[in-house]
Design a protein around this ligand. Structure first.
Ligand SMILES: [Zn+2]
Length: 813
């Protein structure tokens, strides 16, 4: 996953891109063609904030950050193909984002409708969600943010809800957790669509329910405050109270309205609907927890069998009617009975179980023309309009005669104007630029206006991986042959925070582009690795809740204390962040130890999907290991023979070394297959380096094989040091162009083992014996050995115990 160019590399980036780098290097050495690209997710709010606060134009600020972060990434020694670098904010890139938007538009998958935005009444501007604080106030003016309806652009992701759900089964290389999160987000529910007619009117209130078997227990109906029927159903007596209520709700965010722990607020409209099954008249209410954007914007209230309805009915004095009972016995209504059961108080449906009841009720409602079976998804269409400057302009023109007209493809990109003033107040900066906004309609020539909304940055990141395959193409976003040669991405690596939106949107884009004949894959990412967080040691004052920087902490009497106040601090590991003073600057680590140590530490300390705790001692440990390798190879270079001799038969040392070398190749190859266990792979490297340190037979060609294999295996993790030593060995070609070493299975065969000799259960020594020796041979060899002869002299053997492969024990009298 490409980064946002904040300007500063953090440990999360180091971890993410070190992981992909090791995989890229491994696959290339194994003979694959490897595409390991990098780009910048470069549009977004921070650049605009920098413009408001410091007066730096967003493009300039972003370009500087990209240049700085690129230098920092390059210091890590990543095998990235910088020829394919993309930045989503460059016109060469967003030209094609606009082109792709028009593909959606042509397919009927991009449309406009009214939707709520966060409105700052003081600055008279639309706020992004991240500009609204937890109390629902503007970051800038501090005003209580209101909800306001604006005409906005949407992408019709709901058309693909079913495919996005079922195709999760194809993603066998994805973590289950991520697939579950996506499935929940799509939220498929199977149930019924039922209509409740209004009393004295032809209008009906449609609702969706997953529990049609409880329909005889409906005692009221609730509308969302924004529902178009609210004012129509309200009686004159209730009118002013209802209007006040709706106004109050208007300023609440969706999150506030639906929070679990909050009391459910509602108001009676005075209006009545009819339960079509019972013919009973039931009250109509308005409540904050019902959202107009979700489902039909109305729900039926079944307090006896739904926990939220139960609470709401109690708070609003509404009747509760039991219509489902457990198979064994009765229920006492202290809380809602939400399980399945047997239908009661339900006329001709009495006695059916919930499952049968659901079908029977739907069939009946269908026959009576007031309902039908329906599948509903929690997923809503993707609101992509942003009333901001630093994003990809939506390439349409609004003409008084022709309506919404796409900008002709030849006129793309619609570029962002420069020299814009940023105040953070009033209309979006683009809407204020008359010269930019006013254009002639491309269809009829009448004076018309450009769309001033820009796109959600998640659009930019929904297709960048496709552009990598043909990054320089000036005629089309990517060539069909090239994109399909590389796609799908074999290994995608990024944080779990993108488990839902980015990955879902990328999957949606891929499916739409497939249906437009632009790509030929169903899914963009074959395998997904979600790397864990990098956590830093954090000190906190438990009394005040304040975080304390490490330099203000002293260690006293087994406790960490605040240097200034002496107060005892609590300490724990938490995700690195500025506000917690627990961050470690990668550049400082690179400066002190070099990139190779940083990479080794990051990979060695935890498996990639687990959280990693930063530990200075661990960094030192890796630094020492690399120094040992340096000395080992340097010592060999100083002492290596002028000419490497050929050997006819292997000595015992040769055999041991060969076994160590090929065990390392085998184990590391296995560790890096599948789950990428970098940490155990590095442990194997340490074992091989120890074996070479213990058997310094510089004359032997096996020793040289060992030194070279160590460096080649190490080159994935420590590319700089291994390359330098490789050259010092006299090689003219880069170590990174070497093939991955192959395991020689004959080297792994153990032909001698160590046999322990015991007399009366006490170990007296060991001897070397052939690994293939059988029980009686082992006994003979043990008996003939010098150790046994010495200890057994003159004694009578009563019994011999042989444990093959391990020991021989003599019981003597
Ligand atoms: Zn026109």
């Amino acid at each position: 996953m490409f980064p946002y160019p904040s300007g500063n590399l953090h440990m999360g980036h180091v971890r993410n891109y070190t992981i992909t780098d090791v995989i890229a290097r491994l696959k290339r050495m194994q003979g694959y063609r490897v595409l390991h690209p990098m780009g910048w997710d470069a549009f977004g709010l921070p650049a605009e904030n920098a413009a408001i606060e410091r007066g730096v134009p967003p493009a300039k600020w972003t370009d500087q950050n990209i240049a700085q972060m690129k230098r920092q990434l390059q210091q890590l020694g990543l095998s990235i193909d910088w020829e394919r670098e993309v930045a989503t904010c460059s016109p060469e890139y967003y030209r094609w984002t606009q082109w792709l938007f028009l593909q959606f538009f042509e397919s009927g998958l991009a449309y406009q409708k009214e939707a709520a935005v966060n409105w700052d009444p003081i600055d008279q501007t639309v706020l992004a969600n991240e500009q609204v604080d937890s109390e629902g106030k503007s970051w800038r003016s501090g005003a209580k943010v209101e909800r306001k309806l604006l005409r906005q652009w949407f992408l019709k992701i709901t058309d693909y809800a079913e495919q996005l759900l079922t195709d999760l089964d194809k993603l066998t290389g994805w973590p289950e957790r991520v697939k579950t999160m996506q499935a929940n987000w799509i939220g498929k529910s199977v149930g019924a669509y039922l209509e409740f007619p209004l009393v004295n009117s032809t209008e009906k209130i449609p609702v969706f329910t997953t529990r049609p078997d409880t329909v005889y227990g409906v005692t009221y109906v609730v509308l969302a405050p924004e529902h178009p029927l609210t004012l129509q159903v309200t009686t004159p007596e209730q009118k002013s109270a209802v209007e006040t209520f709706i106004q109050e709700i208007a300023s609440e965010s969706e999150l506030e309205r639906t929070a679990e722990d909050k009391p459910k607020r509602g108001i009676k409209t005075g209006g009545l609907a009819i339960n079509p099954f019972t013919g009973e008249e039931i009250p109509i209410l308005i409540a904050d927890y019902v959202l107009y954007e979700y489902g039909t914007g109305a729900v039926m209230g079944v307090p006896a069998h739904d926990s939220r309805d139960f609470k709401f009915a109690q708070e609003n004095n509404l009747p509760i009617k039991i219509v489902i009972t457990p198979e064994s016995g009765e229920i006492e209504l202290k809380e809602a009975y939400t399980e399945a059961g047997i239908m009661i108080n339900s006329a001709q449906f009495n006695g059916l179980n919930s499952q049968e009841g659901k079908t029977a009720i739907i069939d009946y409602a269908t026959a009576q023309c007031y309902g039908k079976a329906r599948i509903q998804y929690r997923l809503r269409d993707w609101l992509i309009s942003r009333q901001r400057y630093w994003g990809c302009p939506i390439p349409v023109i609004h003409c008084p005669h022709c309506g919404t007209v796409p900008v002709p493809i030849d006129n793309l990109p619609v570029t962002l104007p420069e020299n814009v003033e940023f105040s953070g107040r009033g209309a979006s900066p683009l809407a204020k630029l008359e010269d930019w906004v006013n254009v002639d309609c491309p269809r009829c020539g009448t004076p018309a206006k450009r769309e001033t909304d820009t796109m959600d940055t998640f659009i930019d990141s929904s297709w960048y991986f496709l552009r990598y395959t043909d990054a320089k193409n000036e005629d089309i976003p990517f060539q069909f042959e090239k994109v399909n040669d590389w796609m799908p991405v074999d290994q995608y690596v990024g944080g779990i925070e993108h488990a839902i939106l980015h990955l879902l949107y990328s999957r949606f884009f891929t499916k739409v582009l497939r249906d437009r004949g632009l790509v030929n894959v169903d899914e963009p990412f074959n395998r997904l690795l979600t790397q864990g967080m990098v956590q830093g040691l954090t000190y906190k004052n438990p009394e005040t809740g304040k975080y304390v920087p490490a330099e203000n902490v002293i260690y006293k009497e087994d406790k960490y204390c605040d240097k200034d106040t002496g107060e005892v601090l609590s300490f724990f590991f938490e995700k690195m962040s500025k506000s917690k003073y627990n961050g470690v600057d990668p550049l400082k680590v690179l400066e002190k130890y070099g990139a190779d140590t940083a990479r080794m530490f990051i990979l060695f300390t935890a498996p990639p999907e687990k959280d990693l705790q930063w530990d200075d001692a661990g960094v030192e440990g890796q630094f020492r290991f690399l120094n040992r390798v340096w000395r080992l190879v340097s010592e060999y270079i100083e002492n290596k023979p002028k000419q490497v001799k050929k050997i006819e038969t292997f000595s015992k040392t040769d055999k041991d070394l060969r076994r160590a070398i090929h065990t390392a190749i085998k184990e590391i190859s296995e560790d890096l297959e599948g789950d990428y266990q970098f940490n155990t792979a590095i442990s194997e490297l340490m074992k091989l380096s120890n074996a070479l340190g213990d058997n310094k037979c510089f004359e032997s060609p096996i020793y040289r094989e060992g030194i070279e294999t160590l460096l080649i295996l190490l080159s994935l993790f420590a590319p700089h040091l291994s390359e330098e030593l490789w050259q010092a060995l006299g090689h003219s070609q880069s170590i990174h162009l070497q093939p991955w070493p192959k395991v020689d299975p004959t080297a792994l065969i153990v032909d001698e083992i160590t046999l322990v000799i015991q007399i009366l259960g006490k170990t007296r020594g060991t001897i070397q014996v052939p690994a293939s020796a059988d029980k009686s041979t082992l006994e003979t060899l043990a008996l003939e050995s010098e150790i046994t002869q010495r200890y057994l002299e003159g004694k009578e053997i009563k019994k011999v115990i042989v444990v093959p492969g391990k020991l021989v024990n003599f019981v003597v009298g």
